[in-house]
Ligand binder design. Structure first.
Ligand SMILES: Cc1cc2nc3c(=O)[nH]c(=O)nc-3n(C[C@H](O)[C@H](O)[C@H](O)COP(=O)(O)O)c2cc1C
Length: 238
């Protein structure tokens, strides 16, 4: 696939077929992703890859814990309270997704169940839990994000699908215990990996994006709007 096609076609998939992903293929994706850049090349990312019985036990224990316990994110690393425009964008995503799968606004039980699918890796056969050493700082979160995006794109280029999942830092106490993660590692993010179930309506979601003008400010460029036709920007042809 052309690189731009891979970028455009990657989407967060939230329903997977049960077909297994061989270890050799997972290793191939990690081998691509390890070429990701990191500040002063410190390569801070660590990843715990789960499948089979370990995956089943992790899913079972997190879901059981979630029934009677609140999320424990805030004790691990503080998250900011969102303001506009971020609240509105997140709401738009939720509205589009819950609309597609027919969950009415305010149906908290259905909402809870759908969010709970995160902790089944959306039925994907492989789950990844990314961690970094607690001695590191926000730059290493950036580095790890770059690694994760490389991984997602390498997967898409091979016909596999993924979903990055911040949800996995919500119940880090259980994940840490089940996977025997060291106390000095932060759980940054999870990723589901497998083959998309194209028949599931949730996978029809195409999340919106803001136009370039909403996030980019150009400094010192000559005005070349007339020279560049809009269609010369291949990535905008979704
Ligand atoms: C750091 C990060 C955390 C995310 N956490 C979740 C999550 O917990 N559950 C989920 O369903 N999607 C999660 N997503 C997926 C986003 O909702 C998705 O990337 C966004 O809506 C854009 O859609 P797209 O990935 O399909 O282009 C996460 C994405 C990122 C980058």
């Amino acid at each position: 696939m052309l690189f731009d096609d891979v970028l455009r076609q990657r989407r967060s998939v939230r329903a997977f077929k049960p077909d297994p992903v061989p270890l050799s293929l997972v290793r191939e994706l990690l081998d691509c992703a390890r070429r990701s850049p990191s500040g002063t090349n410190i390569q801070p990312w660590k990843v715990h890859v789960v499948t089979g019985e370990v995956r089943r036990r992790l899913v079972a224990e997190v879901l059981a814990h979630r029934e009677t316990n609140p999320p424990d994110t805030s004790a691990e690393f503080p998250r900011a309270r969102r303001t506009e425009p971020y609240v509105g964008r997140a709401r738009a995503l939720g509205k589009a997704m819950y609309g597609l799968i027919g969950i009415p606004r305010g149906d908290q039980a259905a909402n809870w169940a759908q969010w709970g699918r995160n902790y089944k890796f959306f039925d994907a056969p492989v789950g990844l839990i990314f961690t970094i050493d607690k001695s590191l700082d926000c730059m290493s979160f950036l580095d790890t994000g770059m690694f994760i995006q490389s991984f997602l794109l390498a997967a898409k280029a091979r016909g596999l699908d993924t979903c990055p999942q911040g949800a996995w830092n919500n119940y880090w106490t259980v994940t840490r215990r089940v996977l025997n993660l060291p106390e000095d590692e932060w759980i940054v993010c999870g990723v589901s990996l497998g083959w998309a179930d194209e028949a599931d309506p949730v996978n029809a979601l195409v999340a919106d994006r803001e136009p370039i003008e909403a996030f980019a400010t150009f400094h010192g460029f000559e005005d070349d709007r007339e020279r560049l036709a809009p269609e010369s920007n291949l990535c905008s042809q979704v």
